[in-house]
Design a protein around this ligand. Structure first.
Ligand code: GLA
Length: 749
C-alpha cells in the first residue's frame, strides 16, 4: 500500500516512488497538511509547524487558552470558512438558519485499493497502474455537512490526484457557495507562481511571478476553462529552473469556470486552492444530497520544470486520454478551414481532397459550413443536417470519395451552440442560455445552448449520431466558439440558477461520453476557437485539441512551448497553413512551418491546389519525416532547450526516446543576424556513455547558407559523444534568410 495511517501519531503517509505527502490529525481533530515534497522516509514532519500565538488569529473554543492553536495559522488540508481561518477558503456554505460557519474536523477514514470516480466528471484512469486511495472524512458536527477528501495515489507515476465529495447529512437544506477540489498549505516558503495566460489566437503564454503577500487568482468566468487563464499552475522555489529545483503542479481536470487561488499569508505560508470558480456558482444540497468536485492532478519533483512537465505528459498520455487512440498512429490530416472558409461545394472539396491525397495526407477534415444554412457565421448552428445544396449527394458521397483516395474522413461540429437564425432556435428559443427580458450578449452572432437540460443533450446526441451514422466518419472536430454570458436556464427554478454552469459541464461531458460509447472508433479533436478549452477535462474524451487558431509558425513557438509545461505534444493540434499567414500576415518558409507543426499532431490547414509546385512537393517529404519519427515525437521525452529570456533570437526543443536510442532536435532562428554568433544548444536526456550519429537533417535551407565562405560541418554521418552533446552542446551552422529552421535526428550507434 502506498498509503499508511500511523494510528498512534495520527499521521497519514501517502508515498509515491519519489514523493511523500503527509496529513496529521491534531488533538482537536483539525486535519493539518504537514508535508508534500521529496520522500522523507515517513519522518514525522509535523515538527515544521510552530504553534505560535499570533494576534487576531483566534482559537477554537476548546483551545481558548492554547493560543497557538488557530485555524488561521495552522496548515489546513481543506480550508473552511467562518471558523477563524481568514485565508482563502476551499468551502463556503450557508446553513438553513443562515449561518455561514463550517468548522471541519476529522471523522473517519478509509484506505482502499483502486479508486472511485467522481460521477459524470473526467478523472485520472487507473489503467494498468496500481492505485491506492485515501478517503478522509471531515465533519461539521453542528450543520451535519460531511466532506470526504479523496486522494488517489499513482505511486509509480509520482502523481496524486484529489477530489472532494460534499454531503448534506442533516435534515435541512444547505447551500454551497464554493466547493474547491483541493486546498493545500506550504509552511513558510518563498515561491514563484507560473501560470499560463493568453487570449484568442495567443494562448498559454507562461508568466512567472513572485508569490507576494496577497492573493493571486488565476481564473475564468467565461463558462469555459478559457484562452485567458489555463486551469494549470506551477509553484516552484525561486531558484527552480528547467533542470533543478522544487516544483509543484496543480492541474484541474475541468473545462468550465475555474479558479486557482494562491495566497501568501501573514506568516509567510502559502496556500493553494483549486477548483470550480465561485464567481457564478452555488449548489443547493437537500438532505442526503452529495456534490462531487472535479479532480486535480498534483505532481511534485525536485528536478525542475522539465521533469514536472514529463510527469504530466506521461499521466495525460497514459491515464487521461482515451486509450483507443493512445498507441495507434494518428493520421496526418488536412483541414479545409483556412483553405476555403465557408466558400465551398462538393466539387471544390473533392478537388482539395484529391490534391491532398496526392501530396500524401492521410485524413481529410471538412470544417464549418456543411450543414443547415451555414454559408457564413450568422446562421445554421444547431441544425446538424447536411446542406445538400452545397454538398450534392450528401455526406456519404464526400466520405466515400475521400475514402476512395485512401484517406480517412472527419467532420466539424459545434454542438453546444445555436444561431438565432436556425430552425433549432426558431423551434426552441428556450433551449439557449438567455436571461429573460434581456437582450443577450452575442458572440460570433451565436448563443450557447443550455447543456444543463437533458432534452438539449438528447437532441444533440440524436442529431449528431444521425450524421455520424450516415457516412464513414473517423474523426470529429468539436468546437466551442464563444464565451458564455447571460447564464440562465429556462428549465431551472430561481434558487438553482447558480448550478447552471456546472450542470452545463456535466451535460457536455455526458454528451461526449455518450458519443464516445456509441462511436468508440471516432476520434474527437477538442477545439474552442483554437485553445479556449485546452484542459485535462476535455482530454479525457479527446486525445488531441486544436492548440490555437493562430497557425503562424513563429507565434506558435511560444504557444506550443507554453502549452508544453503541462500538456504533451500528442495533445497539441498543430498544422501548416498558407503564407502570408491569415492571423499575423507574416511570411514563414514552408519547411519552417512544417518543422514547428511537426511537434504536435501534424496536419495541414490550407488549399493544396494553391501551393507552388515546389511547396506541394515538399508535403510528402514532411509527412514521411513526421511518420518516421512519430513514436519519438508522440511518446518520447520532450525537452525545452532554449530560454528566450536570455537567447531572444532562437527557439529550440527536442525529443528523446524513453530508451535513449534516438533524439530529435529542432532549432528555429527567429531573429537572423549578420555575422551571427554560433548557436550552441545543450541537449538533454541522452545516454551520456553512448555515441550518437547524426542521421537525419531536414532544413528550411536547401543549401549551405553561404557556400562561398562557409562549409557546413553539420553533416550526416557525424558522430558525437552523448556526454559531449549534453555538456558541451550541439554547435549549429549559422543559418541565414527568413526564419530558417532545422531538424536533426540522432541515433545511438
Ligand atoms: C473555430 C476553430 C477553427 C474553425 C472555425 C470554424 O474558430 O478554431 O479552426 O473550425 O471555428 O468556424
Amino acid at each position: 500500500m502506498a498509503i499508511r495511517f500511523d494510528e498512534k501519531r495520527k499521521i497519514f503517509f501517502l508515498n509515491t516512488k519519489n514523493t511523500e505527502y503527509q496529513i496529521k490529525i491534531n488533538d482537536i481533530g483539525m486535519v493539518l497538511h504537514t508535508y508534500y515534497g521529496a520522500s522523507v522516509d515517513q519522518a514525522d514532519m509535523s515538527y515544521m509547524i510552530k504553534e505560535i500565538d499570533r494576534g487576531f488569529s483566534g482559537n477554537p473554543y476548546e483551545c481558548k487558552n492554547q493560543r497557538g492553536i488557530s485555524a488561521d495559522t495552522l496548515p489546513q488540508e481543506y480550508s473552511s470558512d467562518g471558523a477563524g481561518d481568514y485565508r482563502v477558503s476551499a468551502l463556503s456554505a450557508v446553513m438553513a438558519n443562515g449561518s455561514r460557519t463550517t468548522d471541519l474536523r476529522y471523522k473517519a477514514h478509509n484506505i482502499i485499493s483502486g479508486r472511485e470516480n467522481p460521477t459524470g466528471l473526467p478523472y485520472v484512469r487507473q489503467e494498468n497502474d496500481k492505485v491506492d486511495t485515501l478517503k478522509l472524512v471531515m465533519e461539521d458536527a453542528i450543520s451535519g455537512l460531511l466532506v470526504t477528501l479523496h486522494y488517489q495515489v499513482f505511486a509509480d507515476k509520482d502523481i496524486i490526484s484529489r477530489y472532494t465529495e460534499i454531503k448534506n447529512a442533516s435534515d435541512a437544506e444547505i447551500i454551497i457557495n464554493k466547493a474547491a477540489s483541493m486546498s493545500m498549505d506550504f509552511c513558510g516558503r518563498n515561491m514563484d507562481l507560473i501560470h499560463f495566460h493568453g487570449r484568442h489566437a495567443m494562448e498559454r503564454i507562461p508568466e512567472r511571478e513572485t508569490v507576494g503577500h496577497n492573493i493571486h487568482r488565476i481564473a475564468s468566468k467565461r463558462g469555459t476553462s478559457s484562452h485567458q487563464n489555463n486551469p494549470f499552475v506551477i509553484l516552484c522555489d525561486k531558484n527552480t529552473d528547467e533542470w533543478h529545483g522544487d516544483s509543484y503542479g496543480f492541474m484541474l481536470m475541468y473545462s468550465g469556470e475555474h479558479a486557482e487561488e494562491i495566497e501568501k499569508d501573514q506568516a509567510g505560508s502559502i496556500r493553494v486552492v483549486s477548483g470550480i470558480s465561485d464567481d457564478h456558482f452555488s449548489w443547493k444540497l437537500s438532505p442526503g444530497d452529495v456534490f462531487e468536485t472535479p479532480e486535480v492532478i498534483l505532481a511534485y519533483t525536485n528536478k525542475g520544470l522539465s521533469e514536472l512537465s514529463y510527469l504530466y505528459h506521461r499521466i495525460i498520455r497514459e491515464n487521461v486520454c482515451p486509450k483507443e487512440f493512445r498507441d495507434i498512429k494518428r493520421p496526418v490530416l488536412i483541414n479545409n478551414w483556412e483553405g476555403t472558409y465557408f466558400d465551398f461545394d462538393d466539387k471544390k472539396i473533392m478537388e482539395i481532397a484529391k490534391s491532398a491525397a496526392d501530396a500524401g495526407c492521410e485524413m481529410f477534415v471538412l470544417d464549418d459550413g456543411w450543414f443547415g444554412e451555414r454559408n457564413h457565421d450568422h446562421a445554421g448552428l444547431g441544425d446538424w443536417v447536411v446542406n445538400e445544396k452545397k454538398l450534392e449527394g450528401g455526406m456519404s458521397k464526400i466520405a466515400d470519395y475521400v475514402n476512395s483516395l485512401g484517406m480517412k474522413f472527419g467532420l466539424w461540429f459545434e454542438p453546444e451552440m445555436v444561431n438565432e437564425d436556425s430552425d433549432l432556435y426558431r423551434a426552441h428559443p428556450d433551449w439557449a442560455l438567455t436571461d429573460p427580458d434581456r437582450k443577450p450578449v452575442m458572440g460570433r452572432d451565436q448563443l450557447v445552448l443550455d447543456m444543463s437540460r437533458k432534452d438539449v443533450v438528447d437532441y444533440l446526441y440524436d442529431s449528431i449520431s444521425t450524421v455520424l451514422r450516415s457516412a464513414n466518419i473517423s474523426y470529429v472536430k468539436w468546437d466551442f466558439n464563444r464565451s458564455c454570458a447571460n447564464v440562465f436556464s429556462h428549465d431551472l427554478p430561481s434558487d438553482k440558477q447558480g448550478e447552471v454552469l456546472h450542470r452545463f459541464m456535466l451535460g457536455t461531458y455526458d454528451l461526449m461520453q455518450r458519443l464516445r460509447d456509441s462511436f468508440p472508433h471516432i476520434m474527437i479533436e477538442g477545439c474552442s476557437g483554437g485553445g479556449g478549452r485546452f484542459d485535462a477535462g476535455i482530454m479525457f474524451y479527446s486525445p488531441q485539441i486544436w492548440c490555437s487558431d493562430n497557425t503562424e509558425a513563429i507565434n506558435r513557438l511560444i504557444i506550443q512551448k507554453g502549452t508544453s509545461y503541462g500538456y504533451p505534444v500528442s495533445t497539441m493540434g498543430s498544422h501548416v497553413s498558407a503564407s502570408p499567414n491569415h492571423q499575423s500576415g507574416r511570411e514563414v518558409p514552408f519547411m519552417t512551418r512544417a518543422l514547428v507543426a511537426m511537434s504536435g499532431t501534424f496536419g495541414y490547414e490550407l488549399d493544396p491546389r494553391k501551393l507552388s509546385d515546389a511547396d506541394r512537393s515538399m508535403i510528402r517529404k514532411q509527412i514521411d519525416t513526421f511518420n518516421k519519427y512519430y513514436e519519438l515525437i508522440q511518446k518520447g521525452r520532450y525537452y525545452r532547450l532554449s530560454d528566450e529570456a536570455t537567447e531572444s533570437y532562437f527557439t529550440s526543443w527536442g525529443f528523446v526516446s524513453e530508451d535513449k536510442s534516438e533524439a530529435l532536435v529542432t532549432l528555429v532562428v527567429t531573429d537572423v543576424r549578420a555575422n551571427p554568433e554560433i548557436i550552441y544548444v545543450k541537449m538533454r536526456g541522452l545516454d551520456e556513455s553512448a555515441t550518437y550519429e547524426l542521421d537525419g537533417i531536414l532544413s528550411s535551407i536547401e543549401t549551405s547558407p553561404d557556400d562561398a565562405f562557409f562549409e557546413s560541418s553539420n553533416k550526416i554521418g557525424n558522430k558525437y559523444g552523448g556526454a559531449a552533446l549534453v555538456n558541451g552542446g550541439f554547435a549549429f551552422d549559422p543559418m541565414f534568410g527568413v526564419y530558417p529552421a532545422i531538424q536533426l535526428h540522432f541515433k545511438r550507434v
